[in-house]
Design a binder for this molecule. Structure first.
Ligand SMILES: C[S@@+](CC[C@H](N)C(=O)[O-])C[C@H]1O[C@@H](n2cnc3c(N)ncnc32)[C@H](O)[C@@H]1O
Length: 248
C-alpha cells in the first residue's frame, strides 16, 4: 500500500503540489503569527508538518531528505572540507540531523544546535555514537559557539527578516573562517528578502511574489570577504543553493 501511495505521489503534477503548498503556507502563517520562534518550531515538529508521510518521530522536511538534494550537498561539502586538516564545525538549526550525520566525519569537533529542545534531546540519544555536542540554542538571541566552519542549512528561509537581521548581528560577535549557507530560492530573477512570518513555509511559497533569502542584499547587507556557489539542486519550482562565504 505504502509503495502504491508513493508511486501516486510521484505522478501528482507540480501545479497541484504548488497549489497545496500555497494553501498550507497561508493556513499556517496565519496560525503562527505573533507566536514565539521556539513555540512555532516545537509545534511544527509536534504536528509533523514537514513530514508528508507522518511517520517519523521528527522530520525536518523534503529539503532534508530528498536524496539528490542531500547527496549534492554532502558531495560538495566533502570536496571542500574533506581534504586537509579537519576543522571545527558549528551547525545551527540542525533539525533531525539526517544531513548533519552524513557530513559529521569530515570535521573535528561538531556542535549541532537547534531552537527545539525536544529534537536536541532526541538527537543526543539517536546519534550518541557520532561524537556530536548537541545544544539547544536560538541563533538570533544566544551566544553562538566558536568554531571555524558555520553551517546554516535551510533555516533562515523559515524566519522573518527581523530575526535574520538579529542573526547577522549575532554573527559579528563570532570569528568563523567560513559560513556555509543553504537557502531554497526561486529559479531565475527574483526580488530578494521579501518579508514573511516565521514558520512552516518559505518565501518561495507565495505565488504573487516568489522570493528567497540573499544575505548580502538589503536589509541584511552581510559583507563577507568573498563568496562562491558551492552547489545547487533543483527542487519543486525552486533551487536549493549553497553558498560558501569567506569571512577572513
Ligand atoms: C527545515 S529545518 C533544516 C534542518 C537541517 N539544517 C537540514 O538541512 O536538514 C530548519 C531547522 O531550523 C530550526 N530553527 C528555526 N529557527 C531557529 C533559531 N532561531 N535558532 C536555531 N534553530 C532554529 C528549526 O527548529 C528546524 O529544526
Amino acid at each position: 500500500m505504502e509503495i502504491i501511495i508513493k508511486m501516486i505521489k510521484r505522478f501528482i503534477p507540480l501545479q497541484i503540489l504548488l497549489i497545496r503548498r500555497e494553501y498550507l503556507n497561508r493556513k499556517w502563517e496565519n496560525y503562527f503569527k505573533g507566536k514565539k520562534i521556539a513555540t512555532i518550531f516545537e509545534e511544527i515538529y509536534r504536528n509533523r508538518l514537514w513530514d508528508d508521510e507522518k511517520k517519523l518521530e521528527f522530520s525536518s522536511g523534503r529539503g532534508s531528505h530528498e536524496e539528490y538534494v542531500v547527496d549534492k550537498y554532502v558531495e560538495n561539502i566533502k570536496k571542500y572540507f574533506g581534504k586537509g586538516p579537519r576543522l571545527n564545525a558549528v551547525d545551527l538549526g540542525c533539525g533531525d540531523f539526517y544531513v548533519g550525520k552524513k557530513i559529521r566525519p569530515l570535521f573535528n569537533n561538531y556542535i549541532a544546535c537547534d531552537i527545539v529542545g525536544k529534537i536536541i534531546e532526541y538527537n543526543k540519544i539517536k546519534f550518541k555514537d557520532d561524537n556530536v555536542d548537541f545544544r539547544r540554542l536560538d541563533l538570533s538571541e544566544d551566544e553562538i559557539p566558536q568554531g571555524e566552519v558555520l553551517l546554516v542549512r535551510q533555516v533562515l528561509q523559515h524566519l522573518d527578516n527581523h530575526t535574520i537581521l538579529k542573526f547577522v548581528e549575532n554573527l559579528k560577535r563570532t570569528s568563523f573562517k567560513y559560513l556555509v549557507l543553504t537557502e531554497h530560492i526561486p529559479k531565475g530573477e527574483f526580488i530578494p528578502n521579501v518579508d514573511k512570518t516565521t514558520g512552516f513555509g518559505i518565501r518561495l511559497g507565495h505565488k504573487e511574489e516568489k522570493s528567497g533569502v540573499v544575505l548580502t542584499k538589503s536589509p541584511f547587507n552581510f559583507r563577507p570577504k568573498n563568496e562562491e556557489i558551492l552547489c545547487e539542486a533543483l527542487q519543486m519550482d525552486g533551487l536549493v543553493r549553497t553558498i560558501l562565504y569567506y569571512l577572513e
